[in-house]
Design a protein around this ligand. Structure first.
Ligand code: COA
Ligand code: MG
Length: 287
């Protein structure tokens, strides 16, 4: 995990909705994903692309909010990517319905050919093929993080999650493992369709966090506080992690790599690594 910047929330904003775009930065999300794909009808694709490019160019360079754009798969993939090359305020591109490592390298090659060296990529894993190719996708050039898309995945596979989403647990784990094995950031969690049921959203988001995701995509501003609540380490978790570092440092100074804490629990290098991750997550930029 780079620890540089891992937003807790990414708010999707339809690219052809200027009234939503104009106030999007005031909604409190750590990051925005301006959408050119499924929130935009076919007849609006060109308009959305030019609206988003113009909007991105109008933003100040030192914005605290990360700005991403979700691009279309298939015939529009490179048209979208080409239009978004070399925009200083853009953090990266989310590749919708990424089918395999070929999509990632095609976009990365195009950006490189345009002289764009900084734009990151976030492949969206939302088809059966992509789930099975996730290890290779995660190894692709410029891949910062994977994102799971469960609505499309359900349509592609016939999986119908129940209230506890147990049916999706195995697939979520595949995405988390593919990310860890490729040594990229932990993945971004799925959109929830619930916009007025904070209790169910909370339970679902806590589950997503336990499963190894470090943030969640949102579709409505009402989801953001719930997602932040879950993905911000509590004071207690931070104190616990700091105490692990302290106890381990004392043990190390005495030449030992394993020690028990005051509650009789083992502290070793693996526990230390976990504590460092908690502190890195606690250090994330907030809005
Ligand atoms: N981004 C920015 N602002 C949003 C927003 C979003 N995704 N969703 C809602 N808002 C704003 C509304 O414009 C409204 O603003 P206002 O109070 O200043 O008028 C406020 O939040 C309350 O919204 P509400 O009236 O409850 O919802 P809505 O009917 O305006 O919008 C959706 C509902 C589903 C159309 C909207 O949430 C949306 O477009 N979501 C994103 C969809 C998307 O991008 N999907 C692709 C990824 S899965
Ligand atoms: Mg989708």
């Amino acid at each position: 995990m780079s620890g540089v910047s891992l937003p807790r929330s990414y708010l999707y904003v339809p690219g052809n909705a200027p009234e939503k775009l104009s106030k999007a930065l005031t909604r409190g999300a750590d990051a925005l994903i301006l959408d050119l794909e499924d929130a935009v009808p076919m007849t609006e694709k060109d308009n959305a692309r030019s609206t988003v490019v113009r909007w991105l160019r109008e933003q100040p360079a030192d914005l605290a909010t990360e700005l991403w754009v979700r691009i279309n798969p298939g015939p529009l993939l490179l048209t979208d990517a080409g239009a978004l090359a070399n925009i200083p305020t853009l953090t990266g591109l989310v590749i919708a319905k990424c089918e395999g490592p070929g999509d990632v390298s095609a976009v990365a090659d195009l950006l490189t050919a345009r002289g764009d060296i900084g734009t990151l990529l976030m492949p969206l894993i939302e088809t059966a093929r992509a789930v099975l190719a996730a290890p290779a996708i995660a190894e692709g050039p410029r891949v910062h993080q994977l994102q799971i898309g469960e609505v499309d995945l359900g349509a592609d596979t016939g999986i119908e999650p129940g209230a506890d989403e147990a049916e999706l647990g195995g697939i979520r784990s595949m995405i988390v493992l593919a990310s860890a094995a490729a040594q990229i950031n932990p993945p971004l969690g799925p959109v929830s369709r619930l916009t007025s049921d904070p209790e169910s959203l909370l339970a679902s988001t806590e589950r997503v966090r336990r499963q190894g995701f470090v943030g969640r995509a949102c579709i409505h501003p009402a989801q953001i506080p719930v997602v932040h609540d879950v993905f911000t380490p509590t004071e207690e978790e931070i104190a616990e992690a700091e105490s692990v570092l302290e106890v381990f440092a004392e043990a190390e100074a005495e030449g030992s790599g394993v020690v028990l804490d005051s509650a009789g629990r083992l502290i070793d290098l693996a526990v230390l690594r976990g504590a460092r991750k908690t502190l890195a997550l606690a250090d994330r930029p907030r809005r």
